[in-house]
Ligand binder design. Structure first.
Ligand SMILES: *Cc1c(COP(=O)(O)O)cnc(C)c1O
Length: 419
């Protein structure tokens, strides 16, 4: 994308900004002004809270996972974003931006999607508000995510196949930006994660911060104190920053993000820009990203399509640099293990994305103090992933899906796993 201009607004240290063509600056300014006008507006807030509660099912539960706690060696809670309508945290942001679009008088919504989760959440909100929706999706992803593609159509959205580049998420974002440049007057670009040009990282973070605000309150109520550790998976970074943000000032609370380590950081086949990326500009913002020596966006790989993004939101980049948060990477294999283990231990099948956060906690099992208090953000449910998990587990050959063989929850000690 052409680098035309930047502002000092929307900066997180040297990250963020608005590296976009001139034609988009007007749209971004309009969005920022509308958001500034509404963010504290009692009527807007009231409507959003009504929708979060009555439509999405908030507040999501903070569930004490006793069998998992036993394995980990301290008390572990799960923030149950998987219980939201449409099965993940994405609906929090989509309801917020959708409502903003309605206040702005826009009739048409566009969005990008990789795995299809954000596309489904956007199509859902477009149906709810009676708006037209066009969802950009790479051809490769359409093939991989046929069911989500059908869901979007069922919800009345148009799925626009993207045939450029690697025909995946990053190309879909480029196409959506192109559409927005042509149709700024009547179109709202509903961005799915806490990345992209200012003001998106701020808007998405604010809407997702409902996760952390609730978790903070629920933890104080249940335990009479703050958690000691928070864990969340990091794709673009929206569920993680949503959980982290209300705790940023509580310096005693450790923040742990978990990126997609794919086949291992040393293989280059991963989606872990905070662990193994470098400074660059992607989709309108400065950030850590995966790129080759020429600055071309590198191919990414992850077992979970929702984490398969070569960039990451600017606020996480800053939190890494100032060491307020720690960012780990877990492999596909460790993730599949955690996917099975949480299912067996708690009767909760997590999204493969969320299983990354669970995997990191399992890796650290035994290293916590007895009275530590861990919260894992369960960003989504695993229904969408069971067929893929079945295929991968069979392929790996070392696990069969007969009873108990997916790792025996009752007997697994802290060091069970993938040493
Ligand atoms: C999309 C998605 C993610 C990754 O997106 P973030 O913006 O990093 O939160 C994580 N978990 C689930 C269930 C998702 O659908």
């Amino acid at each position: 994308m052409t680098r035309v201009g930047t502002t000092t607004k929307g900066r997180f240290g040297r990250y963020g900004g608005q590296y976009v063509p001139e034609t988009l600056m007007g749209a971004l300014r309009e969005l920022e002004a509308a958001y500034e006008e509404r963010r504290e507006d009692p009527q807007f807030r009231g409507e959003l809270e009504y929708l979060w509660r009555e439509y999405a099912g908030r507040p999501s539960r903070l569930y004490r996972a006793d069998r998992l706690s036993e394995v980990v060696g301290c008390r572990v809670y799960l923030k149950r974003e998987d219980l939201n309508h449409t099965g993940a945290h994405k609906i929090n942001n989509c309801l917020g931006q959708g409502l903003l679009a309605r206040y702005m008088g826009k009739r048409r919504m566009i969005a990008e999607t990789g795995a299809g989760q954000h596309g489904v959440a956007t199509a859902t909100v477009a149906a709810l508000f009676g708006m037209q929706a066009v969802i950009y999706m790479g051809e490769e992803d359409i093939r991989r995510q046929e069911l989500n593609c059908f869901r979007m159509k069922l919800l009345g959205a148009e799925v626009a196949p993207v045939t450029s580049g690697s025909r995946t998420l990053k190309d879909a974002i480029n196409e959506a930006i192109r559409d927005w440049m042509e149709n700024v007057a009547d179109t709202f670009y509903l961005f799915g994660t806490a990345a992209g040009p200012h003001p998106y990282p701020t808007i998405v973070r604010d809407f997702q911060s409902v996760i952390g605000r609730e978790a903070r309150e629920q933890c104080l109520e249940k335990e009479g104190r703050l958690p000691t550790h928070l864990f969340a998976c990091v794709g673009g970074g929206s569920n993680a920053i949503g959980l982290f943000h209300p705790f940023l000032e509580d310096e005693e609370v450790e923040l742990h993000g978990v990126e997609a380590g794919g086949l291992g950081l040393s293989t280059g086949k991963h989606a872990a820009p905070l662990n193994a990326g470098s400074f660059g500009i992607l989709h309108g913002a400065a950030q850590y990203m995966m790129q080759d020596a020429d600055g071309q966006v590198a191919e990414t790989h992850s077992v979970s399509a929702g984490l398969d993004y070569p960039g990451v939101g600017p606020e996480h980049c800053l939190l890494l640099d100032i060491k307020r948060a720690v960012y780990h990477a877990v492999t596909d294999e460790e993730t599949l293990d955690a996917f099975c283990r949480l299912s067996e231990l708690e009767g909760i099948i997590p999204a493969l994305e969320s299983a990354h956060a669970v995997a990191q906690v399992l890796k650290m099992a035994g290293s916590f103090q007895r009275n530590d208090l861990v919260i894992i953000n369960l960003s989504g449910r695993g229904d969408k992933d069971v067929a893929e998990a079945q295929r991968l587990l069979a392929e790996m050959g070392r696990r069969k899906l007969e009873a108990g063989s997916c790792g025996n929850g009752a007997e697994g000690g802290p060091d069970h796993g993938n040493a």
